[in-house]
Design a protein around this ligand. Structure first.
Ligand SMILES: NC(=O)C1=CN([C@@H]2O[C@H](COP(=O)(O)OP(=O)(O)OC[C@H]3O[C@@H](n4cnc5c(N)ncnc54)[C@H](O)[C@@H]3O)[C@@H](O)[C@H]2O)C=CC1
Ligand SMILES: O=C([O-])CC(=O)C(=O)O
Length: 328
């Protein structure tokens, strides 16, 4: 019995994400929670002839939806409009994510919590702080989904170099907003990064960092990435489920996590940077984070990107963490 709950299930991401997850036999029950239209989306999805049962839960039914969940995916909240940064969403989304995390602490304290709602750099610390407040925090079980940055990096690189297949995984570290997104293109085979001119490398890096803005601009006020995010969110969720439900090993995704999830492999990095949260490649295990892969050697170019990302991330993390007071 594996209950997966989508919070914000009737939204632009929530609907296609739920559709993709409905196709998995690893999920026995898909519970869709939203403050609007959850029963309608659930009725629709429930006619699909795959294994899982689908239920819909409206505004007053958060506790009922979350009760006993194995995994909770959170794409609830408002998206950007042109001219906004992800941080501009904090005012509204911080409270939404806090209330959902309170619901997790009450109803499914052992669940894996996968955060999509922006600004991820701050909303993940909010979730962790709420769980700490209730004494149910396990750093191996809370993830900020930064997979879309990896998906974009793979796609954009393959557009430049047809020799690189679009399914090639690229390590993207840092956070999930603008300068905090640091693609490690130096890790690609055949000296791909060295084959680019400085202008080409700058343009590709900028496109990966600001891919979200491309979509916000093209949607022209109607929101931000939803379909590519649903793809990325489903990929992440299904990978985690394979590891935690079937015990499959060797599954790696980039995720924005609390570095206590693997103190051993992150100690040196943490000491050097003072960061508590960071997106790194994570190998899933039975209990969520199996191990965090050590940061590979970065190029001088990438170190300069990191030098810009780290102070910005620290500000984002402090903003999220200080939103919740945890008594000592
Ligand atoms: N991590 C990432 O890479 C990405 C994150 N996002 C973020 O995901 C979030 C959702 O984006 P969209 O689906 O496009 O927005 P949307 O507005 O289409 O959907 C959001 C849904 O959340 C629901 N909602 C609002 N308050 C709620 C609450 N308290 N409890 C449950 N549901 C609630 C709304 O009713 C709506 O159905 C945004 O914050 C956006 O910035 C978007 C793309 C990529
Ligand atoms: O750009 C946004 O606001 C949504 C997002 O996080 C992305 O597409 O990467």
């Amino acid at each position: 019995m594996h209950l997966v709950v989508i919070c914000g299930a009737a939204g632009g991401i929530g609907q296609p994400l739920s559709l993709l997850l409905k196709q998995s036999d690893l999920i026995s029950h898909l519970a869709l929670f939203d403050v609007v239209n959850a029963p309608g989306v659930a009725a629709d999805l429930s006619h699909i002839n795959t294994k899982s049962k689908v239920t819909g839960h409206g505004k007053e039914q958060m506790d009922e939806a979350l009760k006993g969940a194995h995994t909770v995916v959170i794409p609830a909240g408002v998206p950007r409009k042109p001219g906004m940064t992800r941080d501009d969403l904090f005012k509204i989304n911080a409270g939404i994510v806090r209330d959902l995390a309170e619901g997790v602490a009450r109803n499914c304290p052992n669940a894996f919590v996968l955060v999509i709602s922006n600004p991820v750099n701050s909303t993940v610390p909010i979730v962790c702080q709420v769980l700490k407040k209730h004494d149910v925090f396990n750093p191996s079980k809370v993830f900020g989904i930064s997979t879309l940055d990896v998906v974009r990096a793979s796609r954009f690189v393959s557009e430049i170099s047809p020799a690189i297949d679009p399914s090639t995984r690229i390590t993207v570290i840092g956070g999930h907003s603008g300068v905090t997104i640091v693609p490690l293109l130096s890790q690609l085979p055949n000296s791909f990064a060295d084959s680019l001119s400085r202008d080409q490398l700058d343009a590709l890096t900028h496109r990966i960092q600001y891919g979200g803005d491309e979509v916000v601009k093209a949607k022209d006020g109607a929101g931000s990435a939803t379909l590519s995010m649903a793809y990325a969110g489903a990929r992440f969720t299904l990978s985690l489920l394979q590891a935690t439900v079937t015990g499959k090993t060797g599954l790696i995704e980039s995720a924005y996590v609390h570095l206590d999830a693997d103190k051993k492999n992150t100690a040196a990095f943490r000491e050097k940077t003072g960061l508590e949260y960071f997106a790194l490649d994570v190998e899933f295990g039975k209990n969520g984070v199996g191990r965090i892969l050590e940061l590979p050697r970065v190029s001088i170019y990438e170190q300069a990107l990191l030098d810009v990302a780290i102070p910005e991330l620290k500000t984002n993390i402090a903003k999220g963490a200080s939103f919740i007071t945890v008594s000592a």
